[in-house]
Design a protein. Structure first.
Length: 388
């Protein structure tokens, strides 16, 4: 009765079962996997956000396949603040970056075609691709004094069914940015094999150092689709507004946008109220990002302080984003460590295998967790990791 594409393994994993049990017992949890900024004690300008929706215009309906021009102008202004001149017509609004991916996959892929996905990275790609009848093929990121793309392995994975290469900039959870030399190599591969480049930039604004990081939306050397949205930029995942921006050789870009417009017109999923509120919601990013940067900086400093206390653990280099990767002794599986930590100490975090790390000995911790919770949770993690 059901489609094969939905034949997922629906049984909860052992860590999820342990988490559900602890919640059911109403026992305290120090959440070092926190990803929802609205639940991390950060402040929002409630009055401005509410006022942005208090207009009679939200009762009017003027369907626009690419999204309201005024909203797309606000998105273009966001890029202008980063020193980029992005044309309004090169932007298509979506309800989420997940929906943006679905549009791009539908544009590029026939059933059974392939997209190349980095590993380690977050596990959502498998579902996004599978629902669209697209096969994800992982290419490795390697760690050697920082993260980098293994281009030899990447090129070997390109087949006649490959349609696109995905990069996450900065990557989640490794927190590294794609470097200029890597972008040049990616463009060469895309041109040589008629591939598109898909760049996920939801964490672009969260560099840990005061450096200017270029957006892929400025890339014209190969057909490129850049996705982002309010969920991370303004810390508003509930507002459901994202976008994709197309760039590249003009003839390819224009044809892609025309086809994407038809796909978007078929669904018209972005609500009018959130589009009208978008200028205010985007403007609120400045205060939100300032708070979050302070939180991330303090938690990272605390992590380094505790790691410096002669324990057999370390962290991998991180350049941006909300997460850090902690290297622990691989004397048990990452999942087993995470389960023991939760059951014995009430600390919840993600084991590395959730993100396709190449072996055991990795834990991923959220740097946006409340500072006291973070400090306590890290202390308990490091004691347990060193205890056996």
């Amino acid at each position: 009765m059901f489609a094969q594409r939905t034949g997922w393994e629906l049984a909860a994993n052992r860590l999820s079962v342990a988490l559900a049990q602890r919640k059911a017992e109403n026992r305290p949890i120090l959440d070092l996997a926190a990803s929802n900024p609205t639940e991390c004690g950060l402040r929002y300008d409630y009055d401005s956000i509410v006022a942005a929706f208090q207009t009679k215009s939200i009762l009017e309906y003027h369907p626009a396949p690419r999204g309201l021009e005024s909203t797309r102008r606000s998105v273009a202004d966001y890029y202008a603040a980063r020193g980029m001149n992005l044309a309004v017509d090169n932007i298509i609004l979506t309800a989420s970056t997940s929906e943006a991916y679905s549009f791009i996959f539908r544009l590029l892929c026939e059933p059974g075609d392939e997209v190349l996905v980095p590993a380690p990275s977050y596990p959502l790609f498998e579902f996004l691709a599978g629902i669209q009848d697209v096969r994800q093929v992982r290419y490795p990121l390697v760690y050697d004094h920082g993260w980098q793309i293994d281009f030899h392995s990447l090129e070997k994975r390109i087949t006649s069914r490959t349609k696109a290469i995905i990069v996450v900039h900065p990557n989640n959870p490794t927190g590294h940015f794609t470097k200029a030399a890597e972008l040049s190599a990616l463009n060469r591969l895309c041109r040589a094999h008629d591939l598109a480049l898909i760049a996920d930039e939801v964490f672009l604004d969260f560099a840990l150092a005061s450096i200017h990081v270029e957006s892929f939306a400025a890339n014209d050397d190969s057909l490129t689709f850049t996705v982002s949205g309010l969920s991370k930029i303004s810390g508003l995942p509930q507002m459901k507004l994202a976008w994709l921006a197309a760039s590249g050789p003009n003839h390819l870009k224009l044809e892609a946008l025309d086809r994407l417009e038809v796909i978007s017109d078929t669904y018209l999923s972005v609500s009018t109220p959130v589009q009208l509120a978008a200028p205010v919601l985007l403007a609120g990013r400045h205060d939100f990002q300032k708070q979050l940067a302070a939180r991330v900086g303090k938690n990272l400093a605390e992590l380094d302080r505790q790691l410096g206390l002669q324990r057999p653990c370390s962290r991998l280099e991180v350049e941006g984003g909300w997460y850090a990767v902690v290297r622990v002794p691989a004397i048990r599986s990452d999942e087993e460590l995470a389960i023991q930590l939760l059951q014995k100490e009430g600390v919840y975090l993600h084991p590395g295998h959730f993100y396709d790390f190449p072996g055991d000995g990795y834990c991923v911790v959220s740097l946006i967790a409340p500072e006291d919770d973070f400090a306590q949770g890290i202390a308990k993690l490091l004691v347990l990791a060193a205890s056996q």
